[in-house]
Write a protein that binds this ligand. Structure first.
Ligand code: GLN
Length: 489
C-alpha cells in the first residue's frame, strides 16, 4: 500500500479490494514503526481515523455515495485547525490550544471522506526553512536522517516522502511547501494567492500565506486542488472562482509553450544545482517547449522586501498571542504587564521574537516610510516584472532552492537561512502559483527540486504542464527513500 498514490489507494477501497479499516491500520502501523526515526508528526489522531474508517466501511457496504478522498490518509501541518483538536503551530505558546472550529480546507477534506491522520511538525508559526525552529523537536529528512527536511512544512514533506501518508497539506508564505518538497523528493504546489481559503490557517503573513498539497504525484495534487481550491464565504481574501477541473486539461505535449529562464537572476547558482537545472530544462525541450531568455533581475530584491513585509505582518498577527485571549498564561505574572511580557517571553522561540522585533521596527513611526512603504513599492515593481516576463512566456523555470537538503545545525546564521528562499519568495510576493517537482539526486542521493511558475490563476495549466514533466522525468519521479522502502512489520 505504501507505494501507491492517493488516487490508486482510493480506487482499491472503492472497488472493495481494501477496507478503510485496513488502510487506516496499515498507515497507523507505518507511522508507529517509522516516525520515531523521522519525527514528522506532532500528533496522530488514532481514534478519529479509526472511527472515520469504520464509518466509511459502513457507507460502502450500504452503497452510499463515497467522497472523492474516501479512504485516503491525509496529514495536516499543525497550523490548520481541526475542531476539538490541539493546534500548536509548533510553539510552546499554543501547546494546549484546542481549536473551536474547523479550517475551511479541513471541512472540504472531511466532506470528501478523507481520513485525517494527524498534525505534522513545522517551524514555529511557519517561520523557517528547516523545521529546526519547532519548539518541540526537529524533523529528519527520510533520505538522510542527519539532514533537514526543509521548512517550514518539513513534517508534512517528510511524512509524505517516507510514505507515512500519501497526502499532506502545508502552507507556503515564502516557499514552505515548495522548498521542503524539493528537499524530500516529492511534489509541492503553492496555488495562486486566494484560490484556497485561509480560514482556520493561523496567520503568519496574511498577504502571502497560502495552503497547498504535498503529494507523491502531480495527479494527487490535482485531486487535492479540485477539492480545496474553491471559495469559502468565511474568508474575504478567497477568490470567487468556479471550481476548476484539473484532470481533463492535461496537455499532450509542450509544443508552443514558452518557458522563461532568467540567467541574470540566477548568476550565482552552485555548479551542481545549475547542471541539474539544465538537465530539467532539456526535459522540457524534449516535450516540445521553447526556452526563452527573460529578465527577472529585479527579483534580487525579493528577499529584502519579503523580510520587511512578512515580519511587519507577522508582528501584528502575533500580537493576539498575549496570554489572555490565546495561549499559555505565565503563572509567574503578577500584573497585567507581566502577563503580556512573561507569557510572550516564555511562549515564543528566538526566531519568532526576532521577526516580531524586526516587524515592529519597520512599522514604527519614523521608519515606516523608509522600510515598510518602500518595500510595498518594490513589491509592486516585482509584480510588474513578472507581468512583463509573462508577456513573452507561458511559464517560468527556476531551481526550487539554492542547495539540496543541508545537515541539521549546519546553517546557524539567520540571514544565511533566509537565503534558502531566494527562488521561492518571488511567487508569494506576486501571488502567482508555483510547483516544485522531483528532478534527480545529488552525489549523496539527496533530491533536487525543479520549480515552475505560472501567471496568477493559471494553476490548472501549471499542474497540467507539471504532469508532463513528471512523465518525462520518470526515472526520478515517485522514488521512495531506501530507508523506508519496506513494510512496517
Ligand atoms: N522560510 C520562509 C520564512 O521563514 C518561508 C516560510 C513560509 O513559507 N512559511 O519566512
Amino acid at each position: 500500500m505504501y507505494k501507491l498514490s492517493a488516487i490508486e489507494l482510493r480506487e482499491l477501497f472503492v472497488k472493495n479490494k481494501l477496507s478503510a479499516k485496513e488502510i487506516a491500520t496499515y498507515f497507523l502501523k507505518r507511522i508507529e514503526k517509522f516516525d520515531p526515526e523521522i519525527k514528522s508528526f506532532l500528533q496522530v489522531l488514532h481514534k478519529r481515523v479509526l472511527e472515520k474508517a469504520d464509518l466509511l466501511d459502513k457507507k460502502r457496504k450500504s452503497n452510499a455515495p463515497l467522497g472523492r478522498l474516501a479512504g485516503i490518509p491525509i496529514a495536516l501541518k499543525d497550523i490548520m485547525h481541526i475542531k476539538g483538536e490541539i493546534t500548536t503551530c509548533g510553539s510552546r505558546f499554543l501547546e494546549n490550544y484546542r481549536a473551536p472550529f474547523d479550517a475551511a480546507v479541513v471541512r472540504f477534506l472531511e466532506e470528501e471522506d478523507a481520513l485525517l491522520f494527524g498534525k505534522t511538525n513545522l517551524d514555529e508559526f511557519a517561520m523557517g526553512s528547516s523545521t529546526e525552529n519547532s519548539a518541540f523537536f526537529p524533523t529528519n529528512n527520510p533520505w538522510k536522517l542527519e539532514a533537514v527536511p526543509g521548512g517550514s512544512s518539513g513534517g508534512s514533506a517528510a511524512a509524505v516522502a517516507a510514505r507515512l501518508c500519501p497526502i499532506a497539506l502545508g502552507s507556503d508564505t515564502g516557499g514552505s511547501i515548495r522548498q521542503p518538497a524539493s528537499f524530500t523528493g516529492i511534489v509541492g504546489f503553492k496555488p495562486t494567492y486566494g484560490r484556497v481559503s485561509r480560514y482556520g490557517l493561523v496567520a503568519f503573513a496574511s498577504s502571502m500565506d497560502q495552503i497547498g498539497p504535498l503529494t507523491t504525484t502531480v495527479a494527487d495534487s490535482c485531486l487535492v486542488m479540485e477539492i480545496i481550491g474553491k471559495k469559502s464565504a468565511l474568508d474575504s481574501t478567497c477568490l470567487n472562482l468556479p471550481q476548476e477541473s484539473y484532470f481533463d486539461k492535461i496537455p499532450s505535449s509542450l509544443r508552443g509553450v514558452k518557458v522563461g529562464v532568467s540567467w541574470l537572476f540566477m548568476q550565482d547558482l552552485k555548479k551542481d544545482i545549475k547542471e541539474n537545472f539544465i538537465r530539467s530544462l532539456d526535459l522540457l525541450k524534449d516535450l516540445g517547449a521553447e526556452i526563452v531568455d527573460i529578465d527577472l533581475e529585479m527579483l534580487k530584491y525579493s528577499l529584502s522586501v519579503y523580510y520587511i513585509l512578512a515580519t511587519a505582518e507577522a508582528s501584528t498577527n502575533l500580537a493576539r498571542f498575549d496570554g489572555i485571549r490565546y495561549g499559555k498564561r505565565s503563572s509567574e505574572a503578577k500584573t497585567l504587564d507581566d502577563i503580556y511580557d512573561i507569557s510572550r517571553d516564555k511562549g515564543f522561540g528566538a526566531e519568532v521574537k526576532r521577526r516580531i522585533m524586526l516587524g515592529t521596527f519597520v512599522l514604527s513611526s519614523g521608519y515606516k516610510d523608509a522600510y515598510y512603504k518602500k518595500a510595498q513599492k518594490v513589491r509592486t515593481i516585482i509584480i510588474n516584472t513578472f507581468d512583463k516576463a509573462f508577456s513573452s512566456c507561458h511559464l517560468i523555470a527556476m531551481p526550487t532552492a539554492p542547495s539540496t537538503a543541508f545537515s541539521r545545525g549546519a546553517v546557524q546564521d539567520p540571514v544565511e537561512m533566509y537565503l534558502q528562499d531566494i527562488f521561492t519568495i518571488p511567487a508569494n510576493l506576486a501571488g502567482i502559483p508555483g510547483i516544485s517537482l522531483p528532478a534527480g539526486f545529488d552525489k549523496e542521493n539527496k533530491p533536487y527540486g525543479f520549480q515552475l511558475l505560472a501567471p496568477q490563476l493559471h494553476d490548472v495549466f501549471l499542474l497540467g504542464c507539471a504532469a508532463l514533466f513528471e512523465q518525462a522525468a520518470n526515472s526520478f519521479a515517485r522514488k521512495i527513500p531506501p530507508l523506508f522502502d519496506k513494510e512496517a512489520l
